[in-house]
Design a protein around this ligand. Sequence first.
Ligand SMILES: [Zn+2]
Length: 80
Amino acid sequence: MIVELEKTYRGVLCPRCGARSAAPARALQVAQETYTPQTFLVRCAQCEGEGRFSMADVRAFSGEPQKRVRRSRAKISPPR
Ligand SMILES: [Zn+2]
């Protein structure tokens, strides 16, 4: 039995900026249960570009998925 100490998640790479985004858990679950190829839309957390992905695009990343930044609410002080 393999114990995973490192956190991993399944996600996709944004075709525009190359940022990692977590794949929707529901799409992964449906694909696993039905063995049918799923396509799903993922909005990039970095550039907010939306892309359509298939299960073939899903890969395992180490770490935790990037949190989506809501620009309208986020209070980020610019570096000086
Ligand atoms: Zn992007």
